[in-house]
Design a protein around this ligand. Structure first.
Ligand SMILES: [Zn+2]
Length: 246
């Protein structure tokens, strides 16, 4: 069974659940979904922006954010020409990105990911990109284990579900742990992530891949991912992020 068959199966199996609670679909097992719902009954989620007891991002805050943000284009290193972000890394959108990364359990992170994927979907609607596969910038496996989830992968998965794109998390791996990019110059960022990623040629061949990440600063990490994907035979690579640094 390839990843596409598995994906179809997953959607069929949980389609009713998905309609009511799309965030639950981002959790990996039925047991985890059951646990998340039980915990939510005892400890209801609070909105990460206004702190009211509601969903991880309440409807009112979602409406306010939707109205406040607009897409930003970031020029990046080849082979990517540019990356489109759903908004600037600023204000409330920045707080949501920070919350999904550092302040959330997996279930709250999944709720935020569903919202952010919606923002990315509206970015994609403005492009003419032909995409068949969605992946996130991978974390090194040790880092992902520490955090318990990869926030960008949750967003990518939610976007794949929404747009019926193939989700292919095995396609790209980060085989070398890298220093955080924060505080490095543009040139050092490129060196830091060079050859850090490896793509699987059997999964990459002929695919038009959309890379998803939470924040784009210089685009060095995304460009390194795109290089690995193209070398492995991907036909095209595009990238969207939730925010772009000024
Ligand atoms: Zn709120």
């Amino acid at each position: 069974m390839d990843d596409l068959d598995r994906w179809d199966d997953h959607l069929r199996q949980y389609s009713r659940e998905a309609q009511a609670h799309p965030e639950l679909l981002l959790l990996s097992s039925p047991l985890e979904r059951l646990w998340a719902r039980a915990v939510a009954l005892v400890f209801p989620a609070r909105c990460v922006l206004c702190d009211r007891i509601d969903t991880p991002l309440c409807a009112e805050c979602q409406r306010r954010l939707d109205a406040a943000i607009s897409p930003v284009r970031v020029h990046t290193a080849p082979p990517l020409n540019h990356v489109i972000a759903s908004g600037l890394h600023d204000g409330e959108l920045r707080r949501v990105v920070h919350a999904i990364k550092f302040k959330s359990d997996r279930y709250a992170a999944a709720g935020l990911a569903v919202y952010l994927a919606g923002r990315l979907a509206s970015v994609l609607e403005r492009t003419t990109w032909k995409i068949d596969t969605v992946i996130s910038v991978p974390l090194h496996k040790d880092r992902q284990y520490e955090r318990g989830y990869n926030q960008s992968q949750l967003i990518a998965l939610a976007l794949a579900q929404r747009g019926a794109f193939r989700f292919s998390p095995q396609l790209l791996i980060r085989h070398r742990a890298t220093r955080p990019q924060v505080g490095l110059s543009r040139a050092n960022r490129l060196i830091n992530v060079e050859n850090a990623f490896r793509a699987d040629p059997t999964l990459a061949a002929g695919r038009a891949v959309l890379l998803v990440d939470d924040v784009c600063t210089t685009g060095a990490t995304l460009a390194a991912c795109a290089t690995a994907l193209l070398e492995a035979g991907a036909s095209r690579v595009y990238a969207v992020t939730v925010t772009a640094a000024r």
